[in-house]
Design a protein around this ligand. Structure first.
Ligand code: DGJ
Length: 553
């Protein structure tokens, strides 16, 4: 039986509240455990009893230290992030076997609270990028008690064996200690989710060939796996899986191991837990890549997804780390991992200027939002130096996050209710059309064009869009009521139109308010009219949030 934390049902009352857009105020349910909820094909993280969209970033690998984080908070604030992903290092937390040091974790909790930011903690335990470099030195230096993976020739590598129960038990007991500590040190749930290990699997070998692992490999495949994969007959790994036997065996070994770690943690504190994935084909597609060589073997890659789902009931979701510059391929990966029972989360995305001078990545957050993601995080927040002049691409990223951050709570509720769509600029496509409302036929068409323009006549106001040359127009359109919309846009023009067959009626803007949200309260700042509405609603590169009431005559 799966003990997955995803709940597929919410109460009718909660749904009514959601639909009406009037979620209970934060303090009423502040102590509720964060959880994942999936309903009618849509998923969300619930934090303090309300839908939550992770608007996040991940710090560099060696930045999960209080002193280092001090330098990162200004960037968190500048981007209006609601979540920071921070590693917790096994080597730091358990310097000697059984003696735990939580001073670093406690300091991180305190800093996050002071900055009103939630945390996703990343457990750098047995695996980090297909290696074992974060294991404590008492594990590293005792290869008899804590066996390494070995080649056919018996040569050990710097990866712990996933087939050794001593390794699994040592990691499980450390992770359980962390969760036990959070249970008493974090009753307010500053930590909303846990990542168990990091890009697990092995680099250097496709699987463990040590005698103890080989014995398992030569044995008949366990019935539960055969059943889960809908395989008939009996046989060992080589007989059933042929060319894929080594990698499948590795995935079975790693997924069972990490499931045991997650289960030990959940026994202490039932926070949602996920694993992240070093993609099988990170750059181009299709391409042949070799497990253990091009990517960690046995990790939760898409080809091993069914094995992981079958063996990982305590793992709530498998998340792709996407570092792909090609937007079509990027979106294809999102679609692969977004499956029923596996909400879409992108815990690592191309961060700040991964390729100097390149652009286009600021759009990816909006693609993810439109595809129903529960969260999105850029990698390497340390590189955003807010006291230095930012490049055009970094600015585009910052503005994209800031705009969503100005209504993050409302956005999460609207998204979970199924009322959010996005339109994102793509090469060669100057216009996208969204359809909203109406039973059977749309009541409103929303036409989003890139870049913004004031035609006719010639632009009375210049926009910055053309000067950046970034082509990163983005719009989020949310339906608030039958004729009411929330629109957040950057570098685009938004126009409302009636359905094509609308009996000669003409659309009319009754009210266009620019404003922001203070929690769930709308704070109007000014009305748009005249040049700001006569040529469609033009959004500049800084972005604006509008509440619009439409009518027709
Ligand atoms: C993916 C890993 O998960 C991160 O910890 C980090 O090493 C990045 N790659 C570096 O780009």
């Amino acid at each position: 039986m799966r003990s997955s934390f995803i709940e597929r049902k919410t109460t009718a009352a909660a749904l009514l509240l959601l639909a009406a857009g009037c979620i209970a105020p934060l303090h009423a349910v502040a102590q509720e455990m964060p959880k994942l909820v999936e309903q009618q094909g849509r998923a969300t993280l619930m934090v303090d009893g309300q839908p939550y969209f992770i608007l996040g970033a991940q710090v560099d690998n060696s930045s999960g230290w209080p002193e280092r984080l001090d330098a990162v908070w200004p960037a968190t604030e500048r981007m209006r992030l609601n979540t920071l992903e921070v590693p917790v290092y096994w080597e730091q937390m358990e310097p000697t076997k059984g003696a735990f040091d939580f001073t670093v974790v406690d300091a991180i909790l305190q800093q996050a609270r002071a900055h009103k930011v939630r945390l996703v903690l990343l457990w750098f335990g047995t695996w980090k990028n297909g290696k074992m470099h974060y294991a404590p030195d008492w594990v590293k230096s005792d290869t008899v008690t804590y066996p390494r993976m070995k080649s056919k020739a018996g040569v050990a590598i710097d990866v712990l064996s996933p087939n050794a129960s001593a390794n699994r038990d040592a990691d499980s007991s450390a992770f359980a200690a962390l969760m036990r500590h959070l249970k008493q040190a974090d009753t307010q749930h500053t930590v909303i989710m846990m990542q168990v290990e990091n890009e697990s699997g092995s680099l250097g070998l496709v699987r463990d060939f040590a005698p103890m692992a080989q014995k398992q490999f030569d044995a008949p495949i366990p019935a539960d796996l055969m059943h889960a994969l809908h395989k008939n007959g009996a046989g060992n790994w080589a007989q059933i899986f042929g060319d894929d036997a080594d990698e499948t065996f590795a995935a079975w070994s790693v997924s069972r191991y990490i499931n045991a770690v997650a289960a030990a943690g959940k026994k202490e504190l039932t926070l949602p837990m996920y694993v992240n994935n070093w993609l099988k084909s990170p750059r181009a597609f299709p391409v042949t890549t070799v497990p253990g060589d091009d990517y960690p073997s046995g990790g939760p890659t898409i080809n091993m997804f069914p094995v992981w789902k079958a063996m990982g009931p305590s793992i709530d979701l498998i998340a792709p780390d996407i570092y792909i510059p090609n937007s079509e391929r990027y979106r294809a990966v999102m679609r692969e991992f977004h499956q029923p029972g596996n909400p879409l989360l992108i815990p690592e995305s191309l961060g700040f200027e991964p390729f100097p001078g390149a652009s286009g990545y600021a759009r990816y957050l909006y693609f993810a939002l439109g595809d129903g993601a529960i969260g999105f995080a850029n990698f390497g927040l340390d590189r955003l130096h807010v006291d230095e002049p930012l490049s055009a691409e970094s600015l585009a990223q910052v503005e994209g996050f800031r705009l969503l951050g100005s209504f993050a709570t409302e956005l999460a509720a609207l998204k979970f209710a199924g009322n959010v769509q996005t339109a994102v600029e793509e090469n060669g496509i100057s216009q996208k059309e969204l359809a909203f409302g109406g039973a059977g036929a749309p009541a409103w068409r929303v036409v989003v064009s890139f870049p913004p323009s004031y035609d006719p006549p010639a632009a009375p106001i210049s926009t910055t869009s053309d000067t950046t040359g970034l082509h990163e127009g983005r719009a989020v359109v949310a339906l608030l009521g039958p004729n009411e919309f929330l629109v957040a846009g950057i570098d685009c023009r938004v126009q409302f139109a009636l359905p094509v067959h609308s009996s000669g009626r003409h659309p009319e803007m009754l009210k266009v308010e620019e404003g922001r949200y203070d929690g769930t309260t709308w704070v109007p700042l000014r009305l748009w009219n005249g040049d700001e509405t006569d040529y469609g609603l033009n959004f500049g590169s800084k972005g604006s949030l509008l509440r619009i009431t439409m009518g027709s005559y």
